[in-house]
Design a protein around this ligand. Sequence first.
Ligand SMILES: Cc1cc2nc3c(=O)[nH]c(=O)nc-3n(C[C@H](O)[C@H](O)[C@H](O)COP(=O)(O)OP(=O)(O)OC[C@H]3O[C@@H](n4cnc5c(N)ncnc54)[C@H](O)[C@@H]3O)c2cc1C
Length: 409
Amino acid sequence: MDWDLVVVGGGAAGIFAAISAKEACQEAKVLVLEKSISLLTKVRISGGGRCNVTHALFDPKLLVQNYPRGSKELLGPLYHFGPKDTVEWFEKRGVSLKIEKDGRIFPVSDKSASIIDALLGEADKLDVVIQTKKAVETAVKEEEGFLITLKDGTTYRSRSLLLATGSGSDGHRLAESFGHTIQPLVPSLFTFNVPTSPLKELSGISLPRVTVGIENSNLQESGPILITHFGFTGPVILRLSAFGAPLLAERAYRTMIWIQWVLFPEEEIFKELSKAKQEMPNKLFSSVLLFPMPKNLWKALLGASGEKNMRDLSTKELREISKKLFRDRYQVDGKTTHKEEFVTAGGVSLKEVDFKTMESKKVKGLFFAGEVLDIDGVTGGFNFQNAWTDGFIVGRRVGAVAHEAHHPG
Ligand SMILES: Cc1cc2nc3c(=O)[nH]c(=O)nc-3n(C[C@H](O)[C@H](O)[C@H](O)COP(=O)(O)OP(=O)(O)OC[C@H]3O[C@@H](n4cnc5c(N)ncnc54)[C@H](O)[C@@H]3O)c2cc1C
């Protein structure tokens, strides 16, 4: 056999799997085939060029809550290689990491090149063979191993095959050729366009915690929001876009959402407003900031009622304002790509993969890792963690198989 492992795709998952296979079995012959001219392209551009390499949630049970798809399946693998292992792996190879206030972990250098250099340096040290400008066209199972053919006709034979092709169509086509099912692909991690939003002129204003929900669904999330000139963004919106990715695609990104600006029940908000009316009858409503939020947002939410003195506010008006602070409705019409991080939901069906090894349940020796699978995380380093975790599990398994092959009996 020419190779113990051929990896299709030189991204985070593929390179990490190749390294892990060599770490598990030094003698394993490992080849990475990458179709473009460069390796780890997404690592380079990720996190605005800083690479948010993982997230400081070290309990797998808490960590998996950040995967709209794949949370159940990833739980086991994360006990074998989780964020703590990621941090240790990079620090052992000389990359100091830092945890930011929101839990995201970056290299201290703030440069994704530190991560790339560590990965490629390790691959080189371990004699992983990497070839660029090699687009895999077909792969077929033979009696023993796989026959892999490039677009230019070159062939390779390998005991094991890893598809780590990311969200592109090639990997899904190859997986389908082995009888795998592909869950529909839709974008995840995007911001909401609200062309009719009266708040657009408050662009740049943020709130540390609101709740946002999608109407006619059970989907709602809480967290920071940012008002922009096109609508809304911020962690709460990105999270909602991830958990709601299939539903939002089905609705062609046209849907009503609601925002709860004040995190009290509606009746309590009404009581606060009524109390303020009694205690400060001569005050201008907009000048009485009753809840923690920027003054200009408060003023915008009150509208014409804000121009009145408190004593002139009718009960009906107070009810309307309570309603607005509790369930403020906006028409979303379209989405915008969040440039710092985006992923594709959908991919190889998880039911068809054994998560103890990342091996196909349909074809022995065929493995999957990273975004080619129907796994995606919210923004914050969870997507790379999936790539490192899957890659590690594949590498460990392939290394064990290679060890047996090189030391029979
Ligand atoms: C702008 C941006 C920023 C991001 N920032 C972050 C972040 O900060 N933190 C985070 O956790 N996630 C981030 N992500 C998501 C993260 O980059 C991906 O989830 C991750 O890169 C997936 O890794 P992968 O190895 O599975 O796929 P990829 O990185 O997409 O790698 C797949 C590779 O396979 C190659 N390939 C495809 N078909 C073939 C073929 N037929 N033959 C040979 N090679 C092939 C492709 O060229 C590619 O190099 C970001 C994504 C984007 C787009």
